[in-house]
Design a protein around this ligand. Structure first.
Ligand SMILES: [Zn+2]
Length: 272
């Protein structure tokens, strides 16, 4: 497999409604959003659209942020499937019974959800890690995955696609979106991360890892995940890649690295 897989790298539409700014992916037809930090009521390092109470925020503020997002994106987000994310490879099938108020502490631990039930919004949180949304429109199956490097090299996308297939999806029909997250411009990693990416992709890492003189690497985690999706059978042309780097755009996104961990969280949300 060469370097020139034809991912869809056209710029993503940016939407702004009452100050709430979010992005959507061009190829995903299920309703979805990739949020920014803009348009909420949280303060300090969490200014302003922080979507998790786990960052030290107050529940009423997080509830108001979700309400503002729901109004802006015209989504019913009073109940959402969301989790304590643990940088593993566990993906759960979400049902209506799993929905919870998103401003509360999550009840389950995992790093991804899939579902084929309408009205079950799936949400993942991040601030540098990559959000990946998946959709097989013909089967009516969606997925939302939190892809930090640990989950990525543990093949969480392989697990997510397998769970989608168990619900009737076919990889060749899946549209995928790798959202705003840390880019190859900023993601400096040690050799253990480079080794993990190499193992995950069975050596198909052309153009994904740039070794520096000090033995560290600049890693392209977005394209590594896109390449993994292609290996899993998702056509490259059906994979949207966001060019937005969270670390390069502190005015619009939280970056864990840029803020030394003093930050809120963005979310990627998809629903049937
Ligand atoms: Zn960057």
């Amino acid at each position: 497999m060469g370097n020139a897989l034809n991912w869809n790298e056209t710029p993503w539409p940016r939407h702004e409604e009452d100050g709430v700014a979010y992005y959507t992916a061009p190829g995903i037809t299920a309703r979805h959003v990739f949020t920014t930090r803009l348009g909420g009521v949280s303060t300090g390092a969490l200014e302003s659209l922080n979507l998790s109470v786990r960052r030290g925020d107050e529940e009423p503020r997080v509830r108001e942020n979700w309400a503002r997002l729901g109004r802006a994106a015209r989504l019913d987000l009073r109940g959402v499937a969301c989790a304590r994310q643990v940088h593993g490879s566990d993906v759960r099938i979400a049902r209506a019974a799993d929905l919870q108020p998103p401003e509360r502490e999550p009840r389950v631990s995992c790093d991804g959800f899939v579902t084929n039930e309408p009205g079950v919004p799936l949400a993942v949180f991040m601030a540098d890690c990559l959000p990946v949304l998946l959709h097989d429109a013909a089967a009516g199956v969606i997925g939302a995955v939190h892809c930090g490097w640990r989950s990525s090299v543990a093949d969480i996308l392989g697990v997510a696609v397998e769970k989608m297939v168990s619900l009737g999806a076919r990889p060749a029909r899946i549209h995928a979106a790798v959202g705003p997250g840390i880019g190859a411009c900023c993601f400096e990693v040690g050799p253990e991360v480079a080794d993990g990416i190499n193992r995950l992709l069975r050596g198909e890492t052309e153009g994904l890892l740039r070794e520096k003189p000090d033995g560290r690497y600049m890693a392209d985690l977005k394209r590594a995940n896109a390449r993994r999706l292609a290996q899993l059978g998702v056509p490259a042309a059906q994979i949207d890649l966001s060019g937005l780097c969270t670390m390069c755009r502190p005015e619009e996104f939280w970056s864990h690295r840029k803020t030394n961990g003093h930050r809120g969280v963005q979310a990627a949300i998809i629903t049937l």
